[in-house]
Unconditional design. Structure first.
Length: 256
């Protein structure tokens, strides 16, 4: 049977991202390969959808058995699984942040998922405090791709990454701007990137992709739009408690 696939939409839900006109797609694919052992694609069967319909988003491994993703990516899904560098891992436990509500994408849009078989990576990115502003960060995910200037978007299931600049901090989120030439490899999240990581300057996880915003009108993931990423440090205590409750000796995460 052919499976239908729904790629996670971020307020606009975030969509692998749109790139600056000055960069080649090959550069973003090469950057993505640097993170292939820890950035994965998570999918689940939509409980109230058509038979076999699966919802897809991105995720990041933070221990041999755990990934972080966005709560809205897994909400209403069953039979979750993570594709990490070509290996399929079955999710046997999923916890959404208790401060998040399914009425909308926003505060607390983060979840912890445990996989049955351990990931092959020899190391996992630590959880760290949000970087001071301004700061260059790395955006990674498996979503749609295209140009920030407009045109068609394409989904090919490949991991891409790029850079952006932190522009704002709120109590529960960090915000980046889509700016022409704003950073060395300017990149903006797109549909399917939801749940993927925002890496700090030393490779630490500081945010989880949640949504995109535009000051006027609907967000199109273009120049002038903003991307919103759930702050990992704001929910670090909850993340660590969920992971520690597994009581597995290899479940600890490197945190603050």
């Amino acid at each position: 049977m052919r499976l239908a696939v729904v790629v996670s939409l971020l307020m606009t839900a975030c969509e692998a991202g749109t790139r600056d006109e000055g960069a080649q797609d090959s550069s973003h694919l090469a950057k993505g390969r640097e993170y292939r052992h820890v950035v994965g694609e998570i999918s689940g069967e939509v409980s109230n959808g058509k038979n076999g319909e699966r919802h897809k988003g991105s995720c990041v491994a933070v221990s041999p058995h755990h990934v972080l993703t966005a709560a809205h990516v897994i909400d209403g899904c069953k039979d979750l699984q993570v594709n990490m560098d070509g290996s399929i891992h079955v999710v046997d436990r999923a916890d959404k942040c208790p401060e998040w509500t399914s009425e909308g994408i926003g505060f607390g849009d983060i979840a912890v998922c445990r996989v049955r078989n351990r990931f092959r990576s020899r190391g996992f990115p630590p959880l760290r405090k949000t970087e001071p502003i301004p700061c260059t960060v790395v955006v990674a995910g498996y979503g749609f791709t295209g140009l920030m200037s407009g045109g068609d978007l394409v989904y090919d299931g490949r991991l891409r990454a790029g850079t952006n600049e932190l522009s704002k901090l709120t109590d529960g989120a960090v915000v980046c701007d889509a700016t022409r030439g704003g950073s060395q490899l300017e990149y903006h999240i797109e549909s399917g990137d939801s749940g993927g990581p925002l890496f700090g300057r030393d490779g630490e996880v500081i945010g989880i992709h949640s949504s995109t915003l535009r000051a006027v009108g609907k967000s199109r993931n273009r120049y002038g739009d903003e991307s919103v990423h759930t702050r990992v440090d704001r929910f670090r205590g909850w993340i660590e408690r969920v992971i520690a409750s597994d009581r597995s000796p290899d479940s600890a995460v490197d945190s603050l």
